[in-house]
Design a protein around this ligand. Sequence first.
Ligand code: ATP
Ligand code: MG
Length: 231
Amino acid sequence: MPRRLGILGGTFDPVHIGHLRIAEEAMETLGFDEVVFVPVALPPHKPERNVLSFENRWRMLQLAIADNPRFRLSDIELRMPGKSYTVNTLKRLHKENPGAELFFLVGCDAFFEMGSWHEFRDIFGLACIVVLYRPECDQAEILAFLTEKVSGAYEPVPGTCQIRHPRLCSVFQLLNTRLDISSTMIREMIGAGRSIRYLVPDTVWSYIGKNALYRRDAGRPPFELARDGDA
Ligand code: ATP
Ligand code: MG
């Protein structure tokens, strides 16, 4: 049997339990040998805001996956020149893992944006796509998207979550636990002085705290309790 690798690409700014849980559930359901986390070096789609340094995002991922021997971290996008395009990352991953079957994990939000990704049609020949609930996702919509944007020859395999194609790789819809958590939400909560404990692994929570990441008010306590006598 060829090795099956799940690939989870993302900005991971910061990594949170939503990312870890989808990796775990996809690995279990689809029988991956490993899940490779691939942090984006230069995000092509996020020019509108400052993304935290690669080093900080990498360190948090290292802490987050440290206790799972089947989770691996790849600096492949740092090693490739220019913008990080998924199509190039997948080609490179095939070279570095000869004979492996690749399964690219993607939340529904990102899946329906794939039509704007660089050489996106090629992606569907390089890896099976695993679409994750975030929070909802309809198989009919996934099929309509594939038919319109990629090829008219996709068809669902009855009674399963697989959508098959005669030449391209299959697309799977994972019936994963809905965890309505995003990095944006975490950054905003920290900015507002709120606790993010238990939304990220403890080690990541400590790292963010120690390094005062994402804080608008570095140096001030997150909020002050009203004292007796205050109005
Ligand atoms: P941001 O809010 O900054 O976009 P994010 O939480 O979406 O951050 P990304 O690094 O952009 O995290 O996501 C990487 C991949 O993980 C994407 O495919 C995204 O759809 C998926 N993903 C992230 N969080 C979840 C979640 N809670 N449930 C399902 N998929 C998720
Ligand atoms: Mg996102």
